[in-house]
Design a protein around this ligand. Structure first.
Ligand code: KG4
Ligand code: ZN
Length: 345
């Protein structure tokens, strides 16, 4: 029954997050406990460390979220949890916490697909409904395009055949000796670089196919660092100018692919009568150059563009409010709900 207050939990990767929203999408509170510091020295997320950190943090994060909204668990009408996709150990912590609280309080449990939640984050930045639309999820784990009939009805259009864009940012940053997470550190040094300094490959750019590939680009950056025929990064020393040029040229290659394929996906869907609307979420959607260039292209192509707010691009629990749509549609789960670490389209 409406009105209702929803507690959402997010533990798919390395952020332990909770939020409280109502069915009018008013955010009553949101807390994100980042584990970036724990994974920094490994230059990437270590699954076992992530899972242990979630166990330590989940209850304090929930407590803090309730406190910030001036509520107790008795005020919560339903609990939503991201159960797919993600790291098994991480997902299990959120799901177990959600099930335990739902069981104890006898309130409904709602499942959230983390990828569709990333797109739903755009709804918080928009006065008007964002569905139907084409959605791009561009994060550390995924680079996928969907057509959405509504928040809960989607069709997979295409995605990366190897690395995600964010993963490429993280790996290239590591090769360049820049700190983790790589996206923000690459975009920072790229400001002083020449985006045309090195000509990196742009996969599928000239094809109709909706697909991405970033692993070849990653290898191309490696050889641009080491020199042709050499693989070892240990004995290379790069000037700050060269690092900036490599970062800027790499970033531009990624951005070109993301912009071109997103616009192409909207055009293909529009040909079948879908509205010319594009919604973009996920960590890489925080990239300034990407935001600017996609905005330019969408203006040119008459596409209505929505981005998630910067604080809702990287993982958070506010975007789990997509569960409000499932609540309204009567889509609830029972205690047999399991994690689905692998991608479901
Ligand atoms: O959505 P997210 O927090 O986690 C996943 O679901 O994967 O995305 C994290 C990814 C990381 O790979 C990070 O390097 C990237 O988003 N990222 C960025 C920027 N900020 C975060 N990539 C490019 N530019 C940024 N400004
Ligand atoms: Zn994410």
């Amino acid at each position: 029954n409406l009105p209702m207050i929803l507690l959402t939990l997010e533990t798919t990767c390395d952020e332990t997050a909770a939020a409280i929203v109502n069915d009018s999408l008013k955010v009553l509170s949101g807390v994100v406990a980042s584990q970036a510091k724990l994974h920094e020295i490994y230059k990437g997320v270590v699954p076992e460390i992530a899972a242990r950190a979630h166990v330590e943090r989940i209850l304090p994060v929930i407590d803090e979220t309730l406190k910030a909204a001036d509520l107790t668990l008795d005020d919560i009408d339903a609990i939503a949890v991201a159960n797919t996709p993600g790291l098994s150990g991480s997902l299990l912590v959120g799901l177990t916490a959600a099930k335990a609280l739902c069981f104890a309080k006898d309130i409904p449990l709602i499942a959230v697909n983390h990828l569709h939640a990333h797109v739903y984050a755009c709804q918080f930045a928009s006065e008007t409904p964002i569905y139907p639309c084409v959605g791009l999820v561009v994060s550390g784990g995924h680079t996928h395009l969907y057509h959405y009939e509504s928040a809960i009805e989607s069709r997979f259009l295409g995605g990366t055949i190897d690395d995600a864009a964010g993963e490429a940012f993280d790996k290239v940053a590591s090769m360049l000796g820049l700190p983790y997470p790589g996206g923000p550190s690459i975009s920072k040094v790229a400001v002083d670089g020449d985006k045309d300094a090195i000509k990196f490959p742009r996969s599928f750019l000239k094809e109709d196919r909706i697909a991405f590939s970033f692993s070849g680009l990653k290898t191309a950056v490696r050889y641009a660092i080491t020199g042709p025929g050499k693989f070892d990064l240990d004995n290379v020393s790069l000037t700050p100018e060269r690092v900036a040029d490599l970062a800027a040229s790499f970033q531009q290659a990624v951005v070109d692919c993301l912009v071109a394929k997103s616009v192409q996906a909207v055009e293909q869907c529009a040909a079948k009568d879908a509205p010319r609307r594009l919604c973009v979420g996920g960590g890489v959607a925080a990239n300034r150059v990407f935001r600017e260039q996609l905005k330019q292209q969408c203006e040119l192509k008459n596409i209505e563009l929505h981005f998630a707010a910067l604080e809702h691009c990287t993982d958070n629990a506010v975007m789990g409010a997509i569960a409000v749509e499932r609540f309204k549609a009567g889509l609830f789960e029972d205690m047999s709900l399991d994690i689905l670490p692998g991608l479901i389209r």
